[in-house]
Ligand binder design. Structure first.
Ligand SMILES: [Zn+2]
Ligand SMILES: [Zn+2]
Length: 1010
């Protein structure tokens, strides 16, 4: 034999090695470029990539999202859609800053400023360069096809200018304002935190729990008692709130409390809260200057809770959102105790310079010395921390910049109704968010971020710059040193007030990073840009990092809105929201037509992944140990409405599922090589001579149709489910049933199998781009050089009735196997007959007989079927508890219903197959199985003839095992020795099955090459 027609395949795929080879081939052959050229000018599919923050190497969570993006882009490409393939990086904001601070060992804003803002900016850019390169590498290894090198970077001056333009629009519509508010504040980062950044940032924490006496000035010897978990707020106390409708009273020791909180005590002098209002008291820190200047008094508040504490609430308007609002209503003074870094101001004497946590112990000790501490303990509760540096948040009063959502909320809700969400419930999540969101706090007191273009003048006018040209026109100085539209350079460019003509400086704040990401559907597509600028995105900090163009407005018209975007669910409140917000401001419509969201990734046991728990998986480790295709299968097969349990265990499961497909292709390759079968690309047509071949073609067409529907509804999970069912039919029915034809070198069968696997590769290519391309190049000798250039299979409508007929045959065979397995008779032993009730299997009796190794199959009534179901106690006991007894009795009495898949319903419980022990009995000498309304009965009677045939099957099995063990080729002829003489009458049969040219009787069983 000369060179084989098809490259022989190893026994199983070595995924990582195979993938590296395929990557090298894609590179060498420029496969992606060819694909783009092929689809250029075709119908458009507009996908807009959400930026990944360039602050770490590719994370395993990110590979999930990137896979989904790639799967659907590849699918659309196979269908001929022209696409943009632009990847994006988020490059500014706290994520980047915190990483660089850690690297440099800087611990506060003060230290950053000492280090120098120019140097700090350079370090931040360096980090982005480094990590964007790592993200490129990781994404390529994953198999993601994007226009690498023409990415958008959000720190590009172009992107910044687009945000400026949006902010100017917001100002012109009178939605921009500066708010004086109490806000969640990260003392380490020294900035306020916005509402959408708080979601999911609550952690369990133990804080001090203090009960403190406030001595009443009007009633010597009597006290108000309050409860607090934040000792640091006590020096800022100005009032105590009571519920005006609740009942209060005095304890024997003179402490005033709410009656509802002390139900077991006799309280004296009972009064409503309203009667306490106005009482004055001595504050807990009146020995310090700020407290001494306040008249502390009791105020009414309807929201005082009777669920915890004493029913009297300590109010510090400088340290809490509700407290701040109460101060406005009640005309209370506002004491702000801590500075931006969360440290006490010097007016607080001995507390000066302490952090809020450092101060807690000191404050408790001080209260004790003064004799006003009633009780100190610990309190477990949920408490928000900074989502970037994990410092517990505090409240501060700050002047922040806001965009009012008053006029926008309804427009955004309306726009959301035009979006098709998958899974559908995510639309509701977005609606909930839109209904509840506050005005958008867009300012951050940081350094490496979008410079907010606000120049408030002492004349009262707010100047807002909308573009670089605008800035240049109004600048008074500093343009020559303006390297980037960024701090510190931008801060050295004062402008002239457009109202009074005086010089005016920019505020120091930078913008929320979600402004940077939300503007992407405008900035990257050239909205309202008159002339395209080649490489116009590679400016400012992005210079030299990307060759992406700034397109013109016609381009935006072509690609906006996005046909599809996809990110994880938390992006509803982040990127999906900020995009929607800015798009509604600028165009009044949603920036995307369809969204695919997905839930969280957990480890394979269902726990969150944490570096400190040692259960995170590095993307590179996954590439090297499981391979990208295996990862992608896990991601694609995951229902997007459930959390993904990802890991090496599930990876093994995927490999186990994939192997029959590899084996099917290898089976084809081996036999086609023996037969010298050489199919032509042009003959990729279904074969239709034999019924089984016709069935395989129809089954393949049904798979193509079902998978198409899955892709079209953005549910790769459906595609993979259909594939698993298809693969079972292919390997456990078609190939099993056709083995002899392949041994005989039947070209019709070889063609039928070739057609099926080649079409299957095209369907799977988006999910498993590596292995499908490898197998494609093995199987397709003269067609398109890559499966990714082969387009989507065009196939006829499948004959569903015909497929259902064979599905019924397979059900009968499956039940026959079940019956055999309960009989205790081994599978190789032929039996006399099978009786089938309830299935239409005419025309397939012989196939069933052959599969089940019975002599005849007949229709008939199966008599006296008894079904006994007992509880599997070790499993069911813990599940049912007390109810086990009644369930057991109901099962024994036959009061149950049989469901699909071996499940049973009894007394309202659905029992899984592993929770019950099932016995089916027929007449003596029969084995019975039933399901889905079909019942089969196997005649178990054995006679001498059947037993002898059983021995022949045993022999064939042993010889074939020997052939494998001794490394014989499947086409090698042998001489077989050591056969029992009683089997001589079956000699021809044996020879045919084991490719023996001679059989010798007696002695030890052995084989030799003929
Ligand atoms: Zn922080
Ligand atoms: Zn002015």
């Amino acid at each position: 034999m000369g060179k084989p027609i098809f490259q022989p395949l190893p026994d199983k795929p070595d995924h990582p090695r195979l993938e590296e080879e395929v990557l090298a081939r894609w590179n060498a052959e420029e496969t992606f470029a060819k694909l783009r050229a092929k689809n250029a000018g075709g119908p458009t599919f507009s996908f807009i990539d959400g930026p990944v923050t360039a602050n770490k190497p590719l994370g395993i969570h990110t590979t999930w999202g990137r896979t989904l993006k790639d799967v659907f882009q590849r699918y659309k490409a196979l269908r001929g859609f022209d696409q943009r393939y632009q990847n994006g990086f988020d490059c500014q904001g706290l994520w980047i800053e915190v990483g660089v601070e850690r690297e440099l060992g800087l611990n506060s804003k003060h230290e950053i400023e000492e280090y120098g803002l120019e140097k700090f900016a350079a370090k931040c850019r360096e980090a982005v360069v480094k990590y964007s390169e790592q993200l490129w590498e990781g994404s390529k290894r994953l198999g993601q096809w994007m226009d690498w090198g023409r990415d958008y970077f959000t720190f590009s001056d172009t992107n910044i200018e687009y945000v400026w333009r949006m902010l100017k629009t917001v100002h012109e519509r009178d939605w921009l304002y500066k708010g004086h508010r109490s806000t969640e504040w990260c003392p380490r980062c020294g900035t306020s935190i916005s509402q959408h950044e708080l979601i999911g940032s609550y952690v369990d924490r133990a804080d001090p729990s203090l009960f403190v006496r406030f001595p009443l000035l009007v009633r010597p010897g009597e006290f108000l008692v309050i409860w607090t978990t934040t000792p640091w707020t006590l020096p800022a106390n100005v009032a105590a709130a009571v519920n005006p409708d609740a009942e209060y009273g005095r304890r024997a020791n003179g402490e005033w409390v709410a009656a509802a909180r002390y139900p077991d005590e006799q309280l004296a002098d009972k009064r409503t809260g309203a009667e306490l209002v106005g009482w004055t008291y001595r504050g807990p820190f009146d020995d310090l200057t700020p407290g001494s200047e306040v008249e502390h008094r009791v105020i009414p508040w309807d929201d005082v809770s009777m669920d915890d504490g004493t029913g009297i609430v300590h109010i510090a308007p400088g340290c809490g959102g509700e407290d701040f609002e109460l101060a406005g209503v009640n005309g209370l003074p506002v004491i702000q105790p801590v500075d931006e870094a969360g440290r006490f101001y010097d007016s607080f004497g001995w507390l000066h310079g302490m952090s809020t946590t450092e101060a807690a112990e000191q404050i408790i000790g001080n209260l004790e010395e003064k004799g006003i501490l009633v009780e100190a303990g610990l309190h477990e509760h949920r408490y928000p921390e900074c989502w970037r540096c994990h410092t517990p948040l505090i409240f501060r009063i700050a002047d922040d910049w806001f965009i009012s959502v008053r006029d926008l909320r309804q427009q955004m809700l309306d726009a959301n109704q035009t979006v098709e969400w998958t899974p559908a419930y995510m639309r509701k999540r977005m609606d909930d968010w839109l209904n509840n969101m506050d005005d958008w706090n867009i300012s951050r007191r940081r350094y490496y971020g979008l410079p907010l273009p606000f120049y408030p003048c002492s004349c009262g006018h707010l100047n807002v710059i909308g573009s670089r040209a605008d800035l240049e026109e109004r600048a008074l100085s500093g343009l020559d040193q303006l390297e980037e539209l960024r701090r510190p350079w931008i801060d050295r460019v004062p402008i002239r007030c457009e109202e009074c003509g005086e010089p005016v400086e920019r505020i120091k704040e930078v913008g929320d990073v979600w402004l940077d990401a939300g503007i992407v559907p405008f900035s990257t597509l050239g909205w309202q840009n008159e002339t395209a600028v080649p490489e116009g995105f590679g400016v400012g900090a992005a210079k030299g990092l990307t060759t992406a163009d700034l397109p013109d407005h016609a381009y935006w018209e072509k690609w906006f809105p996005a046909d599809w975007v996809s990110e994880m669910r938390e992006q509803i409140r982040l990127w999906f929201y900020s995009q929607l917000f800015m798009s509604v401001v600028l165009t009044g419509q949603a920036p995307f037509k369809r969204v695919l969201g997905y839930e969280k990734m957990l480890d394979e046991t269902g726990r969150e992944m944490h570096g400190s728990w040692g259960n995170t998986i590095e993307a590179n480790d996954a590439f090297n140990r499981m391979g990208a295709d295996v990862m992608r299968w896990q991601f694609a097969a995951q229902a997007p409405d459930r959390d993904l349990w990802f890991g090496f265990g599930p990876a093994e499961e995927v490999k186990r599922k994939l192997l029959p497909f590899w084996n099917s292709v290898k089976f084809f390759v081996d036999y086609a090589n023996i037969a010298g079968f050489e199919p032509q690309w042009e003959s990729l047509e279904p074969a239709a001579t034999e019924p089984l071949d016709r069935w395989l073609a129809e089954r393949t067409h049904a798979f193509v149709a079902d998978a198409t529907a899955g892709y079209e509804s953005w549910l790769a999970v459906d595609v993979m489910r259909d594939f698993e069912a298809y693969l079972d039919d292919l390997s456990n029915w078609y190939i099993r049933r056709s083995r002899r034809r392949f041994w005989d070198g039947d070209e019709v069968a070889l063609h039928a199998l070739w057609y099926a696997v080649v079409q299957t590769l095209r369907v799977l290519a988006p999910v498993l781009p590596f292995i499908t391309d490898e197998l494609w190049r093995t199987l397709v000798l003269d067609g398109p050089e890559s499966v990714h250039l082969a387009g989507w299979p065009e196939v006829a409508e499948p004959d569903r009735a015909f497929l259902e007929e064979i599905a019924e045959v397979r059900r009968v065979v499956e039940l026959g196997r079940q019956a055999r397995s309960t009989s205790g008779i081994k599978l190789r032993q032929p039996l006399r007959r099978l009786v089938v009730e309830g299935a239409r299997i005419d025309g397939h009796l012989e196939e069933i007989a052959d599969e089940l190794r019975v002599k005849t199959v007949e229709h008939g009534e199966v008599e006296a079927v008894e079904l006994h179901v007992k509880p599997n106690l070790p499993v069911l006991g813990p599940k049912l508890g007390k109810e086990l007894g009644s369930v057991r009795a109901a099962l024994a009495a036959g009061e149950f219903e049989e469901l699909d898949g071996g499940r049973f319903r009894v007394l309202g419980h659905e029992l899984e197959p592993d929770e019950v022990l099932v016995e089916r009995g027929g007449k003596e000498g029969w084995a019975v199985a039933s399901g889905d309304g079909v019942t089969v009965a196997l005649d178990l009677t054995l006679d001498g003839e059947l037993l002898l045939e059983g021995e022949v099957y045993d022999l064939i099995h042993r010889v074939n095992t020997l052939r494998k063990e001794q490394g014989f080729e499947i086409s090698d002829r042998i001489v077989l020795s050591g056969v029992d003489e009683r089997l001589e009458r079956h000699e021809d049969w044996i020879k045919g099955e084991v490719l023996a040219v001679e059989v010798r009787y007696g002695g030890e069983l052995k084989i030799e090459k003929a």
